[in-house]
Design a protein around this ligand. Sequence first.
Ligand code: MTE
Ligand code: HPA
Ligand code: MOS
Length: 792
Amino acid sequence: MSALSQRPDDAAVGLTVPHESAALHVTGAALYTDDLVGRFRDVLHAHPVQAPHAHARISRLDPTPALHVPGVVRILTAADVPGLNDSGVLGDQPLFPAEVMHHGQAVCWVLGETLEAARRGAEAIAASGVDYDPLPSVITVREAMAAGSFQGADRHVQRGDVETALHDAAQVFTGETEFAGQEHFYLETHASLAVVDESGQVFVQSSTQHPSETQGIVAHVLGVPDHAVTVQCLRMGGGFGGKEMQPHGFAAVAALGATLTGRPVRVRLTRAQDVTMTGKRHGFHAAWRVGFDAEGHFTALEATLTSDGGWSLDLSEPVLVRALCHVDNAYFIPNVSVRGRIALTHKTSQTAFRGFGGPQGMLVIEDIIGRCAPQLGLEPHELRRRNFYTAGQTTPYGQEVRHPDRLVRAWDTIAESAELDTRRAEIATFNASHATAKRALAVTPVKFGISFNFTPLNQAGALVHVYKDGSVLINHGGTEMGQGLHTKMIQVAATALGVPLHRVRLAPTRTDKVPNTSATAASSGADLNGGAVKDACEQIRARLDAVDDGAGLAWEDLVAKAYLARVQLWAAGFYRTEGLGWDAATMHGHPFKYFAYGVAAAEVEVDGFTGAYRTRRVDIVHDVGDSLSPVVDVGQIEGAFVQGAGWLTLEDLRWDEGDGPDRGRVTTQAASTYKLPSLSEMPEVFNVTLLPDAHEDGAVYGSKAVGEPPLMLAFSVREALRQAAAAFGPPGVSIDLASPATPEAVYWAIELARSAVPATPVPYAAGPAPRDGSPAAGDVEPVSAPPWQVQT
Ligand code: MTE
Ligand code: HPA
Ligand code: MOS
């Protein structure tokens, strides 16, 4: 057991405690960025002028019409930027653009005494202050592929000899998989509030997962050093990756406005603005060839993944890298050649979203398994289990898969606790006696790499004060977005100092307390900041132990004695993850400290008339190491699973893809048209268990990251829907299911199954002609008739 992972007796980590702000959340007393506005006088409100074109050159921009609107104070345009006119770090995201790159992009901002005045001012500019020369646009990823519209670096993960392996495979299949993105729909939309103090210091309150980067971008827009800008994040009403990169521009608008007017400036997006202006999960297209041996083991995978990056790079490159590092999911594939590229489309700039490419990579392999299993004559769960990594095997990018036995343990635990054999028999009986409703049960595994692929990001800091009265105040570099990071950090500090939880208070995240932080992302918040908090506390503890000298003084007495002895009672802590290495060019190395594992079994019932479905039961066993905070972790698993199920089954993000004047507009701008999971879509029975005996040597107090991995357990629901649709037709038929698997998509999958004619030896038949949104039948095709040789 490592010094990092070892727990003392009576540790405060591992205790079942509520979220530190639970009472504030449920009573409405918790403060979010925009709640602070009322505390300031003379606040100006900012409103964007949004472009009505997917792609256009701005030929004229005249703010005068807004200046005639009562209450309008100032218009912010590119001419006002004293520093760099860019809201990103790669130089491709102008804050005030000369060329409109997506429908709804802000071309300038109006500051008003009230939000209504600013809105009217923006309306006046939109009506008569701005002219556009429309340009041709690329909206869908397929259009981008046809037009050769790409951005950023292509990537390639490669191992072995795919062509030979496919040639020698017992069976080879080809197919395409295309799936949609996802709107974050955090309850709190983007918000920033900026003030300039008496010494010229810019102070920005921002709903940001990445305060240090927000600080850096505000500073470069203003043309001042980082030390002139402080960013604070009290907490977020959800981030989910959507506030890793996207808050920067809004913070910069607020800060620029405050600098130019000397008054506090508030930016808070409406829901429609948030949906139309900010990036989402990347949708992907994948084309693949896959080979299996006679026993149903993968022999080779060849694929090209194209992500829909939207108008600028944003985080698309690291998202793509993570996707390529997760196409294997839990399965050993000896020969691999997977290429990735990023489409440039005239849409919002797609960004981080829980899983960060991992879900997209895994969807490809889970789709392949779901579609190929019937043609291999294997139950999908059997095909999955047969291909699990075993000890000593490595991923396609060269990292050894440690603890694959945990996956087996989770799998076997579920089989028993969820009585899978019995229920499969019950489902068969149900399906045999019901012509218009079918049930199915699917089990899917998750293996998710923990650490930022880009090694330098795996560092964190903390600042811990012990006051003379023995009370403790901690700061760390991570942000709280509901995930319970602050709760865990209080538990870590109490453990490391050996004090009760109530002695520790945690102060909001600020860049002037802990500098140069990484985003709270990649699920690494607790690993990284926990390491830093523990380090700071242990420095203090060591000094106190020297003062105590075996006397066994009570905490308060010891602290008082140390103070009188002029012992430093505060410390800065630092942590960096050891043992990582990654070559971005060759896509090879050991990018992850460890893998998080989980298994889910989902049972659904599908209606044959409508495609409507219910999730009858879900069982999850998930590996969080030795949990730092069990209720928080179970909440993360439940929430991630439901969010994943939303992506895969309900949330149908639509853009106007037609040639009319609204081309490129997001048509799902509100909860009325964008169906989110709610209580009624929760699994009727939902059992979440933490994998026991799962100590992780490489992380703080033996724990594992939890924020993102369980999202991908939701593949069990999608695969269960596929199997239930298949149950309407003859056995042995490959069923293509669109993603999201909305009731409509499930209906078309049922139609596909019903019209399929079982044939031998290739039991595959053309389905009905594809309709809008429907999958094309015959997509998974064996490349040739037996003996299943690849044609070259
Ligand atoms: N949980 C809640 N309630 N709200 C969120 O916004 N974000 C998720 C996850 N869980 C999120 C959440 C994402 S995308 C990540 S990367 C992690 O939390 C980040 O926090 P952590 O590193 O502390 O787990
Ligand atoms: N996850 C989340 N955010 C990131 C990552 C990652 O792997 N890499 C860079 N930013
Ligand atoms: Mo999470 S997508 O890494 O913010």
